[in-house]
Design a binder for this molecule. Sequence first.
Ligand SMILES: C[S@@+](CC[C@H](N)C(=O)[O-])C[C@H]1O[C@@H](n2cnc3c(N)ncnc32)[C@H](O)[C@@H]1O
Length: 93
Amino acid sequence: MRRLVEFHSLNLVGASWPVDGPFDVIFCRNVLMYLEACHRYAVLERLASLFAPDGLLMIDPTEHLGKAGLLFTTVADAVYRPRGASCLPAPPN
Ligand SMILES: C[S@@+](CC[C@H](N)C(=O)[O-])C[C@H]1O[C@@H](n2cnc3c(N)ncnc32)[C@H](O)[C@@H]1O
C-alpha cells in the first residue's frame, strides 16, 4: 500500500494544481475555513471537476460549502458528491 501513496504540497489558491484526477474521494477537512469566500467557491468548483463518477468530497461536519453547495449533493453528514462532475470544465494548469 505504501508504494501507492504519494505526498505533494498544493496551494489551493495557487494558479496551478499539480494533480491529476479523477479521484474517488477527496478529503478537504478543516481547510476551507482558512480561505476567503471567493477562493472557497473557486476551490470547490475546481475540486468538483476532479472527481471520478460517484466520487466523494469529505469535509468536517462543522464546515459548510456555502454558495458552492449548489455544485454538490449531500450524501451524508459532511459527505458530498459533485453534481455532473463530468460536465465541469477541467481546471487550468
Ligand atoms: C486546521 S489544519 C487541518 C489539517 C487536516 N486537514 C486535519 O483536518 O487535521 C488546516 C490546514 O489547511 C491548510 N491550508 C490553509 N490554506 C491552504 C491553502 N491555500 N492551500 C492548501 N492548504 C491550505 C494548512 O496548511 C493546514 O494544514
